[in-house]
Design a protein around this ligand. Structure first.
Ligand code: PMP
Length: 302
């Protein structure tokens, strides 16, 4: 199966989707990206794109920050994504990477007087963290909260520094603090802690991304387990004292954390609330829980 791309208003094989090396966003991080999952349901023989519209609504919020004006609406981008995945014809879990970017072939650090465009591509992608229990470490790199918290490509360099620092020290993922020392999130995931039956997650104003999986898990915890998630400052020390901790992300799904800074969480085992949420989430994204079907967009026409 070839992977397809949408570039400069055309669908083409991913292998042929190239950009000029002077393209502005490559040099200054002037792009906004998304990550959308298509989850394969083998019984339905269908790929379901999860919360498609919400991803493009977030993309447009990032575009607003970078002064990127696109010749498309949210609905146009949803349709392009469905067409792209349909063309590629995969029968496994896939990932779509949309990018809105400063497309002028022009150098110079600025946001004004530059054209903008949109591209996307699809490819098969299994579990991002490749572990059922992540071992994490708090990064020495602080998250820059003064920059608006969106999926801006240039902003991800701190995350990349933190991730590589963690992996080179033998861990799976990094957890970042902000300049004030509060916990923000993983390098590509939001973070949740559970203490005495209560769920807490860092504030978006502390630097946590407005994660779509974060929102999904908060809704599932409330509707299905009767547990309200409390958004508040989270201190590093609370990580060590948590009963359960897990991370969420489109790529990472819901991944339990077994260890932080070499301290085992719940004896290194998956805790009961994490386990229930993991199961609920896995069913919802494959459209196996009809109550949440409106979050799942089918790709293939029957
Ligand atoms: N935080 C960061 C830094 C991320 O890159 C991601 C992945 N998009 C997330 C959190 C999770 O967001 P979502 O659930 O929308 O994928």
């Amino acid at each position: 199966m070839p992977s397809y791309a949408f570039l400069k208003k055309q669908y083409l094989p991913l292998a042929d989707a190239n950009l000029n090396i002077m393209t502005n966003f490559m040099h200054y991080g002037t792009g906004v990206f998304e990550g959308i999952r298509g989850n394969w349901n083998k019984d339905h023989k269908q790929i379901y794109l999860f919360r498609l519209k919400e991803h493009y609504e977030r993309l447009f919020r990032g575009c607003q920050v970078l002064n990127i004006t696109l010749p498309y609406t949210v609905d146009d981008l949803c349709k392009i994504t469905i067409d792209l995945v349909n063309k590629s014809g995969f029968t496994e879990d896939i990932y779509v990477r949309p990018l809105a970017y400063k497309s002028s072939e022009a150098l110079g650090v600025r946001l004004h007087n530059l054209e903008s465009d949109f591209l996307a591509f699809v490819f098969p992608w299994g579990p991002y963290l490749d572990t059922d229990r992540a071992r994490c470490v708090v990064a020495s790199w602080r998250f820059p909260t003064e920059v608006p918290r969106q999926k801006l490509t240039g902003l991800y360099i701190t995350n990349a520094l933190a991730k590589s620092e963690a992996v080179s020290a033998g861990f799976d993922e990094a957890i970042m603090l902000n300049a004030a020392g509060y916990v923000t999130e993983g390098s590509g995931e939001n973070l949740f802690i559970i203490r005495e039956g209560k769920i807490f997650t860092p504030l978006t104003t502390d630097g946590a991304l407005t994660g779509i999986t974060r929102d999904t898990v908060m809704k599932l915890a409330k509707n299905e387990l009767g547990l309200e998630t409390i958004e508040r400052h989270v201190e590093r020390i609370e990580l060590y004292a948590a009963d359960e901790i897990f991370m969420t992300g489109t790529a990472a799904h819901l991944t339990p954390i077994s260890e932080i800074d070499r301290r085992k969480i719940n004896g290194g085992e998956i805790g009961p609330i994490t386990h229930k949420l993991q199961k609920l989430y896995a069913d919802v994204i494959q459209n196996k829980n009809l109550k949440y079907s409106s979050w799942c967009t089918p790709v293939y026409k029957k």
